[in-house]
Design a protein around this ligand. Structure first.
Ligand code: MRU
Length: 367
């Protein structure tokens, strides 16, 4: 059965003016609802509440947000700042916002009027959207070939964390795009999906995508991963990234680092799949990556209480005694030494070294 595709993001000109329309990921998997953002504060709120999320898609959202500001005659530099800083860890967000801002500024410098400069910002956002889809296809191809080398034979049992599919991308995604390619070729025995506490991107979103794609998949609580490795049930781990430092350290959804440690202990390949736009040469080491710290209530209340669809029955239930403190980093950082391979649209770095990462960036710039 063909996978049904509700657009994850689009820019639309309505009679009331331009808008950015998002598939509201807070309401998945139960409802495929659209969220219409007519101004920058609405888009910033959508980013911060994870209605739109995942590194590559944040970049696209940032770029469309700048185009929206330009088309509505707002202060483009201010809009780009607000969007670029809406969340701190995924470098793609600032990349997308700044890229559209630069296109707008270049148009203004060359004497274009406001409508023409706004059109240039939008064209840049659309180009980024398209490029991300193309990158996704190429990552899927490289990743599938890599897996065939690392884990020969059919019937792979792959583990993933968070959500890295079409919900984070202009195309089919990063790590999940590789899984889908393996699945289409008949090579996937099972996808192990970590639930990804506290916001459940694995349980809600990756499971939603896996079900649509007709994969055999199982959702596990994050703390069940160790027993699966111990039982020899994992052939490889595939995850995405929010920012990759120049030394190859990988910031990704919290819970990624423990999986990398488990994979190393059990001698299972641990593969990171990300577009080159996720590499940040300006961040020298993993220690310099700013990790977003989120509100305590996301941990203290039952899973995904914040995103409970409007009108759903029941109050959010507290899991903890009143006043309990919480530790809620959104990401963790995995050192390059624990990453078997980094797959990008430009090819694969393995082992992951500063030189290998720099080569991938040069290959991208050389186009
Ligand atoms: O907090 P989120 O849901 O935006 O975090 C997303 C992730 O950590 C993804 O794994 C990452 O962006 C890679 S997706 C290509």
């Amino acid at each position: 059965m063909a996978e049904e595709c509700v657009p994850v993001i689009r820019y639309e000109e309505l009679s009331e003016g331009p808008v950015v329309v998002l598939l509201d990921q807070r309401r998945l998997p139960h409802e495929e609802a659209e969220l219409v953002c007519a101004d920058v504060p609405a888009l910033v709120e959508a980013i911060q509440s994870l209605a739109v999320r995942g590194a590559p898609l944040l970049g696209i959202a940032g770029a469309y947000g700048v185009a929206l500001a330009a088309a509505r005659g707002l202060d483009v530099a201010e809009a780009a700042d607000q969007l670029a800083h809406a969340r701190p860890t995924a470098v793609n967000l600032a990349y997308g916002a700044r890229r559209a801002e630069a296109a707008h500024a270049a148009a203004v410098r060359s004497g274009a009027g406001a409508p023409e400069a706004a059109a240039r910002a939008l064209a840049e956002a659309r180009a980024l959207h398209r490029e991300d889809a193309e990158a996704s296809d190429r990552m899927a191809g490289h990743g599938r070939a890599l897996l065939a080398d690392l884990v020969p034979g059919d019937g792979l049992r792959l583990m993933t964390h968070c959500n890295t599919g079409r919900l984070v991308s202009g195309g089919e995604g990063t790590a999940l795009a590789v899984v889908k390619a393996v699945h289409r070729a008949g090579g996937l025995r099972r996808l192990w999906v970590g639930e990804t506490r506290p916001l459940l991107q694995g349980a809600r979103l990756t499971a939603y995508e896996a079900a649509k794609a007709g994969m055999a998949y199982s959702v596990l609580t994050d703390n069940a991963a160790g027993s699966l490795f111990a039982a020899g049930e994992v052939d490889a781990v595939l995850v995405g990234a929010d920012r990759i430092a120049a030394d190859g350290s990988v910031a990704n959804k919290v819970g990624t680092y423990p999986l990398a440690v488990l994979a190393a202990h059990h001698k299972v390949p641990f593969v990171v799949v990300a577009p080159v736009t996720t590499i940040d040469p300006e961040t020298a080491t993993g220690a310099e990556i700013e990790v977003e710290q989120r509100a305590a209530h996301e941990v203290a209340r039952g899973p995904w209480a914040e995103g409970r669809p409007a009108g759903a029955e029941g109050e959010a239930v507290s899991l903890v005694p009143a006043g309990a403190a919480a530790y809620n980093p959104a990401f963790d950082v995995t050192p390059a030494a624990l990453v078997t391979a980094l797959v990008t649209e430009e090819g694969v770095a393995s082992p992951v070294t500063a030189d290998g990462v720099a080569d991938l960036c040069s290959a991208s710039r050389g186009k």
